[in-house]
Design a protein around this ligand. Sequence first.
Ligand SMILES: Cc1ncc(C[n+]2csc(CCOP(=O)(O)OP(=O)(O)O)c2C)c(N)n1
Length: 363
Amino acid sequence: MSSSVDPVEANLDPVEANLDPVEANLDPVEANLDPVEANLDPVEANLDPVEANLDPVEANLDPVEANLDPVEANLDPVEANLDPVEANLDPVEAKEWLDSLDAVTRNNGDRVSSDLIRKLTDHARDQGIGLPAAITTPFKNTINPEDERVMPGDLFMERRIRSLVRWNAMAMVMRANDNEDGLGGHISSFSSSATLYDIGMNYFFRGTANGHPGDLVFYQGHSAPGMYARSYLEGVFDESHLENFRREVGGKGLSSYPHPWLMPNYWQFPTVSMGLGPIQAIYQAHVMKYQQKRGLVDHRDRKIWCFLGDGECDEPESLGAIGLAGREGLGNLHFVVNCNLQRLDGPVRGNGKIIQELEDHLV
Ligand SMILES: Cc1ncc(C[n+]2csc(CCOP(=O)(O)OP(=O)(O)O)c2C)c(N)n1
């Protein structure tokens, strides 16, 4: 059919009229045309790029949204924002493994699941399969609730004593700061470790009474105010000692930090230069074990406790000799790390996970 009439004006179907829909300015979707042939951007045309058979990279689509397997789409998993491990796994197979593990946990508990993973790991290692570095304990609570013992003491009285200790430590430091400009001293290290020390004092540390040689404790240097406040309640110090915090030179005062030269009858070890405590504790434990094994000194079941800060762990001395403790199996040594996530100059390892990172070194 030939006609001098414009089919659009004449309101004719352009397809029937055999017109190019692009020239006729028609929506190619309505005109039922292949957008690729019509040379249209499939995103504008609102077409599924998979149906339109377009390369999602050219179409500038997120392959995850386009529901494409990034491996097939030949994308860099990092650019595609995919976990590279997942990008390497068959998702169906991976899900089957995860479902199996969930079933074991549901039916037999966390511990059996954990043992199973350990067995699997040992098996893989025997086969020479490379494994990622492992974090091995559920740090939120390393003692399973069913294994927890009931605390034997009077918890309410212990809490009351702890509150008095905290209060006195705070008052002593604040007064020292008030009374003399630039004297310094702070309370935050002890604030975050008061309960740790309290549990140690009440249940674990042994003195020399009853003929026991006594445990050895390396206190975190900046937590000294808490130790003084407790000793005040025990009657070791009177108020004038607390009034002279950080002014021990005249005789009746308390040194800023632990040091046996400054307070010979009180402190056993110097600790405040960060890293000093932990490295001394490791070698102390090493020498004591050596003496014990050779029958030179009977230390019985003496323990060495080392309290340190999470920021302090960045000092090379802190963990530099920790391999020695592992190799020699120094079971007489306990590290207690006060992970309060802060240090004087900012957060501890800003974007890191300090508890897991330290666990990796220490467990
Ligand atoms: C070798 C050394 N460098 C610097 C200092 C100064 N300093 C005192 S406390 C502190 C940060 C301590 O942080 P952390 O170990 O996390 O203990 P917190 O007080 O947070 O419990 C620094 C850098 C120091 N005491 N020793």
